[in-house]
Design a binder for this molecule. Sequence first.
Ligand SMILES: NC(=O)c1ccc[n+]([C@@H]2O[C@H](COP(=O)([O-])OP(=O)(O)OC[C@H]3O[C@@H](n4cnc5c(N)ncnc54)[C@H](OP(=O)(O)O)[C@@H]3O)[C@@H](O)[C@H]2O)c1
Length: 261
Amino acid sequence: MSGKRVAVVTGGTRGMGADISLAFAGSNTSVVAVYRSNKKCAEDFRATIRELSPESIVLQADVSTREGVNKTVEAAISSFGRIDILVNNAGIFDFVFIEEMDEKFLDNILNVNFKSMVFMIQACTKHMKKNSFGRIINASSISSDLADVGLLGYGASKAAVNMLTKIAAAELAPYSITVNAYAPGIIKTDLTAPMIKERGHLQVKQIPLNRFGSGGEVAALVKFLASDEAGYITGEIIGIDGGMLKVQNPYRAHEYVQQKP
Ligand SMILES: NC(=O)c1ccc[n+]([C@@H]2O[C@H](COP(=O)([O-])OP(=O)(O)OC[C@H]3O[C@@H](n4cnc5c(N)ncnc54)[C@H](OP(=O)(O)O)[C@@H]3O)[C@@H](O)[C@H]2O)c1
């Protein structure tokens, strides 16, 4: 395609979403970066992204509502006339044990982490179909697979994202729209900062690569999945977790490596 592609990145002004937005802005792509409430951070980010891509937009919208989704898609179409890439990155993280979970908690986490992605896909695909091209990339998590106490809401929302990814990939394949997900382990962002502070020294032992990931590493994966070169990949949930889900006892593996002469 000649000219710039257009990417919508939800939760695109902070955390790994900011790295994803900047990766696109630096590679011939106009970006609509969506945030929900952190205005100060969004305004600072607007200045940063416009250095790379002056036409890119920073937009306030709550993508867990139909109104927020419509506002986002209308802004993208009125500014750029097309949507090529959708990164459903916005998400929230919270713990509560099942016995203490109220309905409001469960509804909120499912709405933000899962239903928002369904709404965004519904609103964006008609624009992608017009061009017979689309890349949809969803934020999953190792928690979609790895059961942990207190994470029923979060884990179930991300397991639902995995199934959404696979079913959307099947339904949209005839239109040359690919749908994939990235499943991060522990990436250093605001979302994980309290957890890393509290028990990071224990958690790092569960990671074969012995460190937390960076937003830039996630952005590199997302940028690849959005590229022409990734056109034959669809329906995949791709782990980016330092090997956390692949190695049975990473702590022992570390000790072994450290003891080697
Ligand atoms: N960090 C990790 O280790 C990790 C691991 C696995 C999966 N993930 C997933 O990766 C994604 C990004 O995580 P992160 O760590 O970068 O998060 P983060 O630093 O907490 O940033 C979240 C972003 O999402 C936006 N957002 C939240 N709810 C929204 C809504 N209803 N509408 C629009 N925007 C909304 C926030 O907007 P405001 O700035 O206005 O608050 C913010 O820009 C999430 O889906 C998360 O579940 C993260």
